[in-house]
Design a protein around this ligand. Structure first.
Ligand SMILES: Cc1ncc(COP(=O)(O)O)c(C=O)c1O
Length: 397
């Protein structure tokens, strides 16, 4: 059977985006400010259902960068972040000349292990005589992290939390939206995210005063003079009024997108229920309400999957997906299905080789055994049935 290629998470338009873009053109608000930006921010604040304030920016990465600036991170400082993540949770630390300290994951949520976090904080204080400047928590693939345990530890050491909720738009913990638990929250509207502005992100902050500070740094730190006066280094990170128009259109279907991802998770769960050797990642308890931005599985090492052209055929790194995982990826690719290995932990990335890491083997094992499955708004129930059938076929070959 020929099949259109099924992607992980393609952008999906509501149809109203063009109207907001046209408004921007018609009124000549074609700049990184304007009515769409203001209204998009207000809509995000309403969506987050909290008294936090939102600043729309060019990307989630920019939002992390500005949160670190606002925390006063400087050259020579250390910032703790999760190892099992996309590089954007770590790279902005280095933009400021600071050093990332990586903490491994626990098995339930796949996010930062609170036990290792405390071990890392104590050890950094012992080694440096000063504590890390911030903790960047991540809700990987949309799954909330162990919020209460981590907040308790961060509070005890008085270290601010920057919540990287780039994957977790609409995820909740105990009914409260991710991105609103820390001192700062980060959202991403990249093309493959729950909603998109083509490229974009936002920083969620505590009040109007912090919002003003973030906007100041996001607009080249221009002082309030009739001429251009600069007393600090700033950035060009404000979201364009055109992109914010896309965001406004997307907000009209945000809830639908989230419900769709969750429904696909339920269908994967039903279809995988009798398949030995495959484990679908799910909420570890009733307090957790992942948006299931990407549904993910792990494959037991004993599952035998024969690849036609087995795999990399080389050991180019000391850390790569298991052969059966790569064989499955190739088989699915040939069947027109895009799947992706789970994140390679940052402490295993050559670029971060020299950074301290507090590890327990969890993220490395997830990387070796896991795959992300198509989960986006363009993926249908029939697609999920076809994906699971192809997975079972390649296990039985
Ligand atoms: C966990 C995580 N953090 C940060 C980002 C960065 O967001 P952006 O691509 O908008 O810069 C992403 C995704 O892109 C992500 O998956």
């Amino acid at each position: 059977m020929s099949h259109n290629r099924i992607h992980l998470c393609l952008a999906h338009m509501s149809g109203t985006e063009q109207k907001y873009i046209n408004d921007a053109f018609d009124t000549n608000w074609v700049a990184p400010l304007g009515p769409n930006v203001n209204d998009f921010e207000t809509e995000l604040e309403i969506f987050l259902n909290n008294d936090k304030k939102v600043v729309a920016l060019t990307s989630g990465t920019a939002a992390i960068h500005l949160a670190l600036v606002s925390c006063g991170v400087k050259s020579g400082d250390e910032v703790i972040t999760q190892s099992f993540t996309f590089c954007a949770s770590a790279n902005p630390i280095t933009y400021l000349g600071a050093r990332p300290i990586f903490v491994d994951s626990e098995l339930e949520t796949w996010n930062m292990d609170p036990v290792l976090l405390e071990e890392a904080i104590k050890d950094r204080i012992e080694k440096n005589g000063k504590k890390p400047k911030a903790i960047i928590t991540v809700s990987i693939y949309g799954m909330p992290y162990k919020i209460e345990e981590i907040a308790e530890i961060a509070g005890r050491y008085d270290i601010p939390i920057i919540e990287d909720a780039a994957d977790a738009f609409g995820s909740k913990y105990k009914g409260k939206m991710l991105g609103t638990f820390g001192k700062y929250g980060i959202l991403s509207f990249n093309g493959n995210k729950m909603i998109t502005t083509s490229g974009g992100g936002a920083l969620v902050c505590e009040n109007e005063e912090v919002k003003r500070e973030i906007m100041f740094y996001a607009t080249q730190a221009r002082e309030n003079y009739p001429y251009y006066q600069h007393e600090k280094i700033g950035y060009n990170y404000r979201m364009s009024n055109i992109c914010a128009g896309i965001g406004r259109g997307q907000m009209t279907i945000a809830e639908e997108h989230i419900a769709h991802h969750r429904r696909l998770c339920a269908l994967y769960k039903e279809l995988f229920k009798n398949i030995e050797g495959i484990r679908l990642q799910e909420n570890p308890g009733p307090d957790y309400d992942s948006n299931y931005w990407l549904n993910t599985i792990t494959i037991e090492p004993w599952v035998n999957i024969k690849g036609d052209d087995n795999v990399y055929g080389l050991s180019h790194t000391d850390c790569q997906p298991n052969d059966n995982v790569e064989a499955m990826r190739i088989a699915l690719d040939k069947a027109g299905i895009e799947v992706r290995p789970l994140w390679k932990p940052m402490h295993k990335q050559p670029v971060y080789r020299d950074c301290p890491a507090y590890v327990n083997g969890v993220s490395e094992s997830l990387f070796k055994t896991g795959l992300c499955l198509p989960s986006g708004p363009c993926v249908t129930d029939d697609d999920v049935k076809y994906i699971v059938k192809c997975i079972v076929d390649c296990m039985n070959k």
